[in-house]
Design a protein around this ligand. Sequence first.
Ligand SMILES: [Zn+2]
Length: 469
Amino acid sequence: MPTFPIRAMARRPAAALLFVMAAVPSLSAQDRAADRRRFLAPTSQTTDDPRRVLIGNAPRGPDGSIVLVGGRVFDGTGAAIRDMNVVIERNKITRLVAPGTANWPAGARVIDVKGMTVMPGLIDLHTHLTDGQIATIPPPLVDNIADGMLRGMERMRFYIESGITTTRDVGSLDGIFRLRAWVSDHRLTGPRIFAAGRLITGPGGHSAEGLGSAPDQGNFRIASGADDWRKAVREQFDRGADFIKITSHFSRDEVRAGIEEAHALGLRVTCDCETFYIDWAVDAGVDMIEHPLPRSDEAIQKMVSRGVASDPTLVPYQIIFDDDGGYFGSTSRRFTFGKEANLDVLRRLKKAGVTLGVGTDLISDWYRRLPGPYITELKNLVSVGITVPEVLGIATRTNATLLDMDDKLGTLEPGKLADILVVRGMPDVNLDDLTKVELVIRDGEVVVQGGVAVMPKRSRTDAAPAKRY
Ligand SMILES: [Zn+2]
């Protein structure tokens, strides 16, 4: 703590003390991204990612305005469905206006969505967009980056046509950051990408075990010892990671070092692990646990008391059990489990009050089944006693919060980024209506029309040289 505010506060009454504490951020308490944001002026414009890099104040997003007229609006805030017109200017929602009032900029593109549901774009917290471990491709193409990038483009089409406007990529081949940049620049159609880069694990750890690719390829960074875990975290940060993904195996020292380093850099950490590794990760301050893998009631209680969230991802295991008859061949999962056991973990997480998110973990070619697996995952949450509107709130608002993006994404409110889904039906009543995606807007641009992804408007060749890259 700096000495000056402490001395100043000592002479102030309690109310003023609170004011001083809020106005003078502590330099010694910045281990969460939100802490660091207190140093930004309210007028500062930043990148739309958890790193919040300061940028200039030039207008952002596509030129012009769009108005969605006549829809029933599910705004994701918990408010009741209501008929409203949604006004989008450049890449932001600027207002919601009552039906019958035409309060929007002259020349706006007016889109009639009468009778359809307008809602925040869906978020998937667990993707591997450039995953190169496809069961059916020839061995030379496994973990081939060029093939992974092309597959990433195909994957993005399936996600965006399913109304998923944001993905959190929890371990991919090295092209992922280029894919993120091209989507962000409106040069490719796809969902927003928040990327971990390579996931970090110990030798023989999950994803890096001997069944996969050579150590210099793949979606992982093998690290040994606490110092190397710190270095591995810094490497992903240096490449532009929005958060850090770790998987067991690790030692207590390693997981503690990795999480401490990530938090020092302002990045959250999510962990794919099980049994006692969950206890170790939670003890070390992890922010989220992936998957429905086995854990003790004590570990679940510890998750609740320390505010550690869960991304349960039941659906990939349902696919594994239904199609492959079980989980075989892994040397990094040292336990047996089944579909019912996974559902039981979800029930216990829900009962204990752990914050739940939605992610699908569609590895291999499973993305071609979308939107089915995403809807199945939502139904998994319904099966443990969460209502359909609440589940849609988790898929949008809660997921945005878990991404550290709730001030910019997750609801239809003035000032939020315009990531919007229009559905021919009432998904707040019947989740299967999410198969009827009509229109998707991402970052203020129509990217799906009539259910089909459209390419962004091509950029001009006479753009300023700095824009030509
Ligand atoms: Zn995964």
